[in-house]
Write a protein that binds this ligand. Structure first.
Ligand code: COA
Length: 276
């Protein structure tokens, strides 16, 4: 079922939604849900060609789309993006901070620069986008969604960089909910579980590993990009107007099983890739 079919097609009519890292994966999935609900989309990412492909897909859904290549580690780049986006689409209503980097690497093998790179993209990138967007969000009494991860509250093997970055994101989310609530701005985090058809799943849980993982998810299935889009559409809507500072897990109950299974599966993936 297309989950947007149960919502008004005009729910986000004329609203401007900016999604960092929106050119692919879960973030593009979230963009598509907003597009089907009438929103205008703005996407940034490092690769212009990816953004062009995403723009085409969103235009086919009827959305007006603005794209500009921009790395979230570059505050000036984000400032320029937001200025140009405002001229093209109007002021920002919703910011989704989804840009992230990830790879499997145990802490004792990780370089200082590798750890810093993920902190810079995920945590600094989220602060940079939020800070750069503040004045426009203040104008519209807008809403922000941070894409977090289960690693933020459960340690996962070979994921210490991601855990530190995502825990930081959730804490930043709560601080900004506290500080910016008086401007009418709401902030919430979404924790996606394993989502099918993403680069993350292809790399972290390929082939047989993915099949084993699927069996262990309490909900009995992998999540979809629409599942995350639906959560974002809910949290940014008037249905959630009194919800701010929360972490919403959209993971089919995956966190309830802890990270032991993931650790066992990752060890398999890493053992098989080190043999190659
Ligand atoms: N294992 C260990 N270290 C790694 C690594 C891996 N698989 N991938 C990158 N690094 C290290 C690099 O070696 C480098 O450290 P060094 O200078 O000490 O050698 C550091 O991380 C930065 O890597 P670099 O590729 O120069 O950074 P980047 O800014 O171009 O890209 C990522 C960083 C994380 C985005 C990149 O690894 C990547 O493209 N990952 C796949 C895409 C992705 O993560 N998508 C998100 C899915 S959730």
């Amino acid at each position: 079922m297309d989950i947007t079919s149960i919502l008004s097609k005009d729910l986000y009519k004329d609203k401007v939604v900016f999604i960092t890292g929106g050119g692919s994966g879960i973030n593009l999935g979230v963009a598509k849900v907003f597009a089907k609900l009438g929103a205008k989309l703005a996407l940034c990412g490092r690769t212009f060609e990816k953004l062009e492909g995403a723009k085409k897909e969103l235009e086919e859904l009827g959305a007006e789309v603005f794209i500009q290549a921009c790395d979230v580690r570059d505050f000036e780049g984000l400032t320029s993006f937001l200025k140009n986006m405002k001229e093209a689409l109007g002021a920002l209503d919703i910011l989704v901070c989804g840009a992230a980097g990830n790879f499997l690497c145990p802490a004792n093998k990780m370089s200082e620069n590798a750890f810093k790179t993920v902190i810079d993209i995920d945590l600094m990138g989220t602060f940079n986008a939020s800070r750069a967007a503040f004045s426009q969000l203040k104008e519209t009494k807008g809403s922000m969604i941070y894409i977090s991860a289960g690693q933020a509250f459960i340690p996962y093997f070979a994921q210490c960089h991601v855990g530190a970055a995502k825990a930081g994101i959730d804490n930043l989310m709560q601080n900004l909910a506290l500080e910016w609530g008086s401007y009418g701005i709401r902030v919430n985090s979404i924790v996606p579980g394993p989502i099918e058809g993403t680069e993350g799943m292809a790399r972290l849980a390929p082939g047989e590993v993915g099949k084993k993982l699927r069996k262990m998810i309490p909900a009995g299935r992998m999540g979809t990009k629409d599942d995350i889009g639906a959560a974002a559409a809910f949290l940014c809507s008037p249905l959630a107007s009194y919800i701010t500072g929360t972490v919403l897990k959209v993971d089919g109950g995956m966190n309830l099983a802890g990270s032991g299974l993931f650790t066992a599966l990752v060890s398999e993936v890493m053992a098989s890739s080190s043999k190659k």
